[in-house]
Design a protein around this ligand. Structure first.
Ligand code: NAG
Ligand code: NAG
Ligand code: NAG
Length: 305
């Protein structure tokens, strides 16, 4: 019996200890909250019933603190130094929610709700950060180098490239808490390609592609094309020249040989009949001379005689 009672007491103590550590942890860490600029943000008080008093304490990063108090017994709301954009209807069914209608940079900071009821004091803490989506652009610097820009974002955007390559990043922090990130793609060897820039941000993920033609590579291309044309034209000119002059040369070099021989042959054939004719005549003459009692002498000689 005594042992069981001891166990019960030990269990209760452990429970209380666990509860205490949990409340302590929630108090220390709070809730991280992110709201996009221009949008609304809603924070609630601890979910406890029959609150007698509820107090919102706001500690902005810039400027002085403000408090919004509510007393249930008198149904009274008390505001000190809070801007009009911060509102609460202090309704139990809404957990005494605090609403910021249009979140601005000035609203960034710590928000805590303290709720008091018969059971004690309870706290809820929020750390509000304001997100600003960056303005994205992708353009060609000097008509050749791709530049990806995420302007005036909060927090700073992350930029990566496809194909993955060396890039230089410039980060510019502005007075209003926004950051401009500028990434230059620095692969000059592969710049005759479409490149893709990827922007990662809490408010958006964007992929953009562009194609930048570099004047250098264009020049090389034009020169290559021009050279190619020149080579083709020269080749064609040479072929044409050989076709035209090559035939004349053929007629002049080879045919002259044949024509010469031809003419020689012609000459001989022209001459031969004559000689044969002459010879024939001579033979006739010779036969005549034979008849006249002469010898078979060469015709020339006989005629010379
Ligand atoms: C908000 O709370 C955190 C943690 O409790 C603290 O580090 C930070 O300084 C507080 N900021 C403001 C503006 O009070
Ligand atoms: C709150 O506003 C009052 C004037 O309404 C001013 O006197 C006081 O200094 C302000 N308190 C803070 C903490 O800014
Ligand atoms: C962006 O992408 C990451 C993963 O790549 C994802 O975790 C995140 O939710 C996305 N955010 C938006 C706003 O789409």
């Amino acid at each position: 019996m005594k042992k069981g009672a001891d166990m019960k007491i030990a269990g209760k103590a452990a429970c209380i200890f666990v509860l205490l550590t949990i409340t302590k942890l929630t108090r220390i860490t709070g809730n991280r909250m992110a709201a996009q600029a221009g949008h609304s943000a809603v924070m609630t008080c601890p979910h406890r019933t029959r609150a007698t008093m509820v107090t919102w304490k706001i500690s902005p990063k810039i400027g002085g603190p403000c408090t919004l108090g509510f007393r249930a017994d008198q149904n009274l709301v008390n505001r000190t130094n809070c801007s009009d954009s911060v509102k609460s209807e202090f309704k139990p069914e809404q957990f005494y929610a605090l609403e910021i209608q249009q979140v601005g940079m000035a609203d960034e900071g710590n928000y805590s709700c303290e709720l008091v009821n018969q059971e004690g004091n309870f706290h809820e803490m929020y750390q509000l950060t304001v997100l600003v989506p960056p303005r994205l652009s992708l353009y060609c610097e000097n008509h050749s180098n791709p530049v990806c820009e995420a302007a005036a974002g909060r927090p700073a955007a992350e930029i990566s490239w496809v194909p993955e390559n060396n890039s230089t990043t410039e980060i510019d922090s502005h007075d209003n808490g926004t950051v401009t990130v500028l990434s230059r793609f620095t692969a000059h060897s592969t710049n005759r390609k479409t490149v893709t820039c990827k922007v990662y941000h809490a408010t958006l993920n964007e992929t953009m592609s562009t194609y930048c033609s570099s004047p250098q590579s264009d020049l090389i291309l034009y020169i290559t094309i021009a050279l190619g044309f020149l080579i083709i034209i020269t080749f064609m000119a040479v072929i044409y020249y050989f076709k035209l002059h090559g035939c004349r040369l053929c007629h002049k070099t080879k045919p002259p040989d044949t024509s010469l021989t031809h003419s020689l042959e012609d000459d001989t054939t022209e001459v031969e009949p004559y000689t044969t004719y002459v010879q024939k005549e001579n033979t006739i003459y010779n036969s005549v001379s034979d008849l006249t009692g002469g010898q078979n002498l060469p015709c020339g000689l006989s005629t010379a005689k």
